[in-house]
Design a protein around this ligand. Structure first.
Ligand SMILES: C[S@@+](CC[C@H](N)C(=O)[O-])C[C@H]1O[C@@H](n2cnc3c(N)ncnc32)[C@H](O)[C@@H]1O
Length: 225
């Protein structure tokens, strides 16, 4: 993997830059702000209107920021979360240690911290009874999930122009099939072709305002019959 560069985004939280792909892991307008807007506000908070036990799949675990934000939201609101994350290129421990998320997010009174979510790159990590984390070191294209297993997908891959093979109709069909009726997929991406691929897979599309620096984001929904 290329030498990743550490960047401070506009809300003070770190992100990483991959010079080979010319891609950041998060919005440079604010990594934490973006994660809260797309995955927690538009995703998790929508799903928990109907249930308190939630199964989540994250596509692209990367720094683990979305996992941390989800864990904190779960602790604050008393959710039971079963979190599964796919990441074929786990980050090195050395790099993860430099990230400032643990200091910015209040993990102090909680029985778990940033280091613990990164202890393994594959398999289950014990984080207490309310939050279960399972990691898969493989590309999403090879990931096999049980049908109608997840309530929510965080689709956080690199952009479609950089990794077009992840944003295809066939991957979205995989995502559609592994979601429960009424389940949702959220992503920062608002590209027309991506939305058409989602529709082709069966999803209904909602266009939502994006986080600062981005006009729109996408929420894709599996219809209840
Ligand atoms: C935009 S970054 C987001 C990472 C993460 N969500 C975070 O908050 O740090 C995209 C991530 O997708 C991962 N990725 C690359 N190819 C993938 C694939 N085929 N399937 C799943 N994830 C992939 C990258 O390694 C990277 O960690």
């Amino acid at each position: 993997m290329a030498q990743l560069e550490l960047i401070v985004t506009e809300d003070g939280s770190h992100t990483l830059y991959n010079p080979e792909l010319k891609e950041h892991y998060h919005s440079t307008h604010g990594a934490i702000q973006e994660g809260m807007h797309i995955f927690i506000n538009a995703g998790l908070r929508e799903v928990v209107k109907k249930k308190k036990q939630v199964r989540i799949l994250e596509v692209g675990f990367g720094t683990g920021l979305n996992c941390m934000l989800t864990m904190l939201e779960g602790w604050r609101t008393g959710l039971e979360i079963d979190y599964h994350a796919v990441e074929p290129y786990p980050l090195s421990e050395k790099l993860l240690c430099t990230l400032n998320y643990a200091g910015l997010l209040d993990f102090q009174d909680n029985p778990c911290d940033f280091e613990m979510i990164h202890t393994e790159n594959e398999g289950e990590i014990d984080l207490g009874s309310e939050f279960k984390l399972t990691k898969y070191k493989q590309p999403i294209q090879r990931f096999k999930a049980l049908p109608a297993f997840f309530d929510l997908v965080y689709f956080d891959a690199f952009a479609p122009n950089v990794q077009p093979s992840i944003w295809t109709g066939s991957v979205f069909k995989q995502m559609y099939d592994c979601l429960t009726p009424g389940g949702i997929l959220v992503t920062y991406c608002a590209q027309g072709q991506v939305r058409r691929n989602m529709k082709e897979a069966g999803f209904s599309i909602e266009k939502l305002p994006g986080p600062p620096g981005k006009r729109e984001m996408t929420r894709a929904i599996v219809h209840t019959n």
